[in-house]
Design a protein around this ligand. Structure first.
Ligand code: NFS
Ligand code: SF4
Length: 656
């Protein structure tokens, strides 16, 4: 009895688990523990294995698993003799391979669909953005001339697909980076040859008994990550823009309150917009709306979770109802009739919780199935018909809604849909699109610098909290924030992605600029593959002039305060290899290996002009980022400008 009481005491309060009000409300609904969620499973997993956490356990061959204690003779090497640093470096770059593979396979699927569309075999999609098609053709060295757009698009798709299997030379998109950056990559031997080749080479090098040198391993990790950021992810973003349109700022709503009790709620979750685009289109067709009405609903309501949410938000203003960690809680509202999933970041627990709430969980990808879920294979040749069939599965479930529906009445308005192109227009105007106003305001010190705050949620950290604390600290210090992925949804839910946030959270300088240009201080740039948009925006800043001649010269930094996935490690590494100082929170997967960690945190800075850092306290992490921004300003000789601005501000306050 006493024991039971002690256990109950240990159960965390919702407010300790999440900074999102709606999430807390749903957690509060389950204090009796009727169903199990990621929050409970994470607590049950404690204490977690220290060897695994620190990256010093190797299971690469069957002589292991080898768990290393570096300073204990006899335990300081694996059975094969591998040192703790070899093991941690191997584990680390295997994470990069996993992340790069996921992003890039998504990119590959987009390429294949574009080819089918261009060849007229996938009749439900069209080429939506001709201007972008021409731009991408030029980037890939494809002749434009007077050729029909479909022919150009087909050549783009073929050239893009060839990037995956390319064996020699280097990826074409590397030429989009600043010249100085390209030279750094070539000199270091990390210019990726082909996307698939770099992933495979990591698997080979990290096989038992191959590459054992920390530098050699980590440099291949960098090469593979670049094949993700400047390859697979960038192709995914660009070709999606061609197919579905380049995003423009769009007003939307977010959070669980966007679930509508009177509608058939279909939630799309996962990553590839190929299907979710069609789901959106199908949900607006008359026959589907009629089918919904026939079962007593007012219509069909689409919402999103994770990055597929960001994709359809960016192009259609569809509300993201939650981020990664809230996928089960969305189901537990009882009002989700169907949850449609494709690939990545999908909990295999969904069918279990869905059973309690009569939600249909539908898998759609031929590479991603789940026990307990219904599989309706997505067929891009018959995209609209498949989407309708999937929506009908939701319509059928509407009548079986449980009695205990509970939807938190919490929503938040925000603006999303910022692509590099739309920022360019916003800043410079349609006729003279440019980043000049941004650069000018950085040079004159009103904006101190730019930070990309991106990435996941992780139940080891209070949900959304680290994102929000970090972002607020940055805004207060006049740092403009760019965001993607689940971090973007966290920011949007907290009201940081609305223009009004400028007055509420920003330092005087940043507030002024945001209000003049009409930008929110936190700019939602899309899904995680859209981190490639941040690379391109940063490159545009370099090319605009006045802020050095390489990405590493910019007063720009990156962070993933609640990361969890291998994709996040790949993203972090390609930011570092692109010259960006990048701070991760939560935990860092090489901490048990000194030399490897030192290489990532220090040596990479000498090589790339950017390096990794680890700081779980989001405020301290923000301060590290600000210090790095200030150092870059000093190097550029623009630190004096900022002192003047601050002085002026004081003066103005005095006057007021
Ligand atoms: Ni990014 Fe998107 Fe979210 Fe993390 Fe998962 S959804 S690709 S990996 S959890 S940000
Ligand atoms: Fe152990 Fe070496 Fe095998 Fe890894 S590769 S499990 S360190 S013997």
């Amino acid at each position: 009895m006493a024991e039971e009481k002690a256990k109950k005491k240990e159960k965390k309060q919702p407010q300790e688990q999440s900074a999102c009000e709606a999430t807390c409300e749903m957690l509060g609904e389950n204090t009796g523990g009727e169903y199990v969620t990621v929050f409970d499973r994470s607590d049950s997993m404690e204490p977690r294995c220290k060897f695994g956490s620190d990256g010093v356990c190797c299971r690469i061959c069957a002589m292991g698993p080898c768990r290393i204690i570096p300073d204990k003779p006899g335990k300081d090497r694996g059975v094969c003799g591998a040192t703790v640093d070899t093991i941690a470096a191997r584990n680390f770059i295997r994470m990069i391979a996993g992340g790069a593979a996921a992003h890039s396979d998504h990119g590959r699927a987009v390429c294949e669909t574009l080819l089918e569309v261009a060849e007229g075999k996938s009749k439900d999609y069209t080429i939506k953005d001709e201007q972008k098609t021409i731009k991408v053709a030029m980037d890939l060295g494809i002749e434009v001339g007077e050729r029909p757009i479909n022919e150009i698009a087909a050549d783009i798709a073929r050239a893009a697909l060839a990037e995956f299997g390319n064996q020699h030379g280097e990826l074409k998109y590397l030429s989009k980076a600043p010249l100085k950056r390209q030279k750094i990559w070539r000199d270091l031997g990390v210019a990726p040859r082909g996307i698939d080749r770099e992933v495979v080479e990591i698997m080979h090098r990290t096989h038992m008994g191959v590459d054992h040198e920390v530098e050699s391993l980590l440099m291949q990790g960098a090469r593979c990550s670049l094949a993700d950021g400047w390859g697979g992810s960038m192709l995914a973003t660009d070709l999606q823009d061609i197919l579905f349109g380049t995003p423009e700022p769009i007003i939307s709503k977010t959070n669980l309150g966007c679930i509508d009790p009177n509608m058939v709620n279909v939630i799309v979750h996962g990553h590839e917009p190929l299907l979710s685009e069609m789901i959106v289109a199908a949900s607006q067709s008359e026959d589907m709306i009629n089918a919904a009405k026939a079962v007593g609903a007012e219509g069909i309501n689409i919402g999103g979770i994770c990055c597929t949410a960001n994709e359809i938000l960016m192009r259609h203003g569809i509300p993201p109802i939650g981020n990664f960690i809230t996928q089960e809680l969305a189901v537990s509202t009882g009002a989700v009739d169907a949850m449609i999933v494709d690939v990545q970041c999908v909990f295999p627990s969904l069918p279990t919780i869905a059973k309690c709430f009569n939600t249909a969980v539908i898998t759609t990808s031929k590479i991603a199935k789940m026990d307990g879920a219904r599989h309706i294979q997505f067929d891009e040749h018959n995209a609209l018909a498949t989407a309708k069939k999937i929506i009908m599965a939701g319509v059928e479930m509407f009548k079986q809604r449980p009695a205990n529906v509970h939807i938190p009445q919490i929503t938040q308005d925000f603006v999303g849909g910022f692509s590099h192109e739309s920022i360019n227009y916003l800043l410079g105007g349609t006729f003279r699109a440019s980043y000049k106003p941004l650069n000018d305001n950085i040079i004159n010190g009103l904006i101190r610098g730019v930070a990309g705050v991106v990435g996941c949620n992780n139940p080891k950290v209070k949900h959304d909290w680290a994102h929000l604390e970090m972002i607020k600290e940055l805004l207060k210090n006049d740092v403009l924030v760019l965001t993607t992925g689940c971090g973007a949804i966290a920011a949007a839910k907290a009201g940081l992605c609305s223009p009004e946030a400028a007055a509420k959270y920003c330092g005087e300088g940043l507030r002024q600029v945001c209000e003049t240009v009409g930008l929110p201080p936190v700019i939602h740039m899309g899904s995680c593959v859209d981190n490639s948009r941040i690379l391109i925006a940063a490159t545009a800043m370099v090319k605009e002039g006045g802020l050095g001649d390489d990405l590493s010269d910019l007063p720009a930094v990156g962070a993933a305060p609640e990361w969890m996935s291998e994709k996040a490690i790949s993203i972090g590494q390609y930011f570092v290899a692109s010259g960006v100082y990048t701070v991760f929170g939560t935990t860092f997967p090489t901490l048990g290996a000194q030399e490897t960690t030192k290489y990532l945190f220090e040596k990479m800075d000498e090589k790339f002009g950017g390096c990794w850092a680890f700081e779980p306290d989001p405020i301290k992490a923000a301060q590290l980022m600000i210090a790095r921004i200030d150092a870059a300003r000093k190097k550029l000789g623009i630190d004096k400008a900022r002192e003047r601005v601050l002085f002026d501000m004081e003066k103005r306050r005095e006057l007021a």
